[in-house]
Design a protein around this ligand. Structure first.
Ligand code: ADP
Ligand code: MG
Length: 223
């Protein structure tokens, strides 16, 4: 369980979610979830994400990165278009489940947004059945998503936003080629967000290959 609480030092002075151009129902839901102030990484990244910029964001664990991309993704999602509009890649099944649960909480303002997880280690057949039913957002691990692409059981041609979460861990685990294949299956005209705790050479290479003129934000670790 990743429930590291956000510490007070993670909040910049006065940055309410209300200052962002977000749908009112989403703002109400954030308030109900107890999200009143943006964390530093949210305050730095959300205005850029909402402008549809590609982005590299570097911040430590527990700084609220999921809601940063989650709110950005939900703000541009069309619930009436039942197609995969958002794709989030995570290094492990556990992290994918956490991200999917957070997205479902954030998506409560609309009653029909479907978030599907697709991870390795789970049987293929129910995943294929779920894909046939459709989803607005898919969260998964690179190997399994790549597998669905090879079997032609997933259509990523409608993806508007691709998120590489914990990108440094994914490249450490050897997922670079899978990520590359997945990015190629998404439209070239899409928004791509890369979240990472560190910025090694693999991430530099990934950003050059998968992102277009990305903005960069970084929140230094507090001591
Ligand atoms: P990270 O991905 O940076 O490690 P998470 O996205 O998992 O961090 O967030 C850590 C915790 O902080 C989660 O429990 C999340 O619900 C909570 N959280 C995120 N943003 C806010 C906020 N603006 N206000 C209050 N809690 C928040
Ligand atoms: Mg995270």
């Amino acid at each position: 369980m990743n429930s590291t609480p956000v510490s007070s030092s993670d909040y910049p002075a006065s940055s309410s979610f209300e200052s962002l151009p977000l749908p009112p129902a989403l703002l109400t839901n954030l308030d109900q979830l107890g999200y009143r102030q943006m964390t530093s990484i949210q305050a730095q990244s959300l205005p850029l994400i909402l402008e549809r910029r590609d982005l590299i964001a570097q911040a430590k664990t527990g700084s609220g990165k999921t809601a940063a991309f989650g709110i950005g993704m939900l703000a541009r999602l069309n619930p009436n278009w039942f197609a995969i509009q958002g794709l989030v890649l995570c290094p492990t099944r556990e992290l994918a489940d956490q991200v999917a649960n957070e997205l479902r909480r954030l998506a409560r303002f609309a009653d029909n947004i479907k978030v599907l997880t697709l991870c390795g280690g789970a049987p293929m057949r129910p995943q294929i059945a779920s894909l046939e039913h459709g989803a607005h957002i898919v969260v998964g691990t690179p190997g399994r998503i790549r597998d669905h692409i090879s079997r032609q059981t997933i259509d990523l041609s409608t993806v508007q936003m691709l998120v590489l979460d914990e990108a440094d861990r994914m490249t450490d685990m050897g997922f670079y080629e899978e990520i590359s294949g997945i990015a190629s299956a998404c439209p070239t005209r899409r928004q791509t967000l890369l979240f990472s705790a560190t910025y090694p050479d693999d991430i530099r290479r990934a950003s050059a290959e998968f992102l277009q003129q990305p903005a960069e934000v970084k929140v230094e670790a507090q001591h």
